[in-house]
Design a protein around this ligand. Structure first.
Ligand code: FES
Length: 128
């Protein structure tokens, strides 16, 4: 009974650490476990901006997918659950014709395409 409780407690602790961007690693020299930070890398579903025509203003909160796992790109569908990623929430204060949200998930101007990161990724991967 205690064994089952300890296993559940330990796996919930590991999940909390993972969601906080931390991981437990074994130090090979002193054989002790230590907690280390890590930077999670998102999946890039599209190497370019994803356009939203005539986005809604004020009362609509958009949730931009930061993990790249959503099936409703560029917006969140909850697929990030169990990862350290969280959606980026934003609202619009004035009418605009369209939004160009980042599809590569590595933009320097979250949640918008910075027009540079995706271009470099396409060049590196040999895509036009
Ligand atoms: S789509 Fe990510 S920077 Fe352009």
């Amino acid at each position: 009974m205690i064994r089952i409780f300890m296993r559940r407690w330990f796996s919930s602790q590991l999940k909390d650490l993972e969601e906080a961007g931390k991981v437990i690693k074994l130090n090979k020299e002193n054989k002790k476990a230590q907690v280390e930070e890590f930077t999670p890398i998102p999946t890039s579903p599209v190497l370019g901006p994803i356009k939203i025509e005539e986005p809604k203003v004020s009362n609509k909160t958009y949730r931009w997918c930061s993990c790249g796992l959503s099936q409703k790109q560029p917006l969140c569908d909850g697929s990030h659950k169990g990862t350290s990623f969280k959606p980026y929430r934003f609202t619009l204060e004035q009418n605009i014709d369209f939004l160009e949200l980042c599809g590569c998930k590595l933009t320097k101007n979250v949640p918008f395409c910075d027009g540079e990161t995706c271009v470099n990724l396409r060049k590196q991967s040999g895509q036009p």
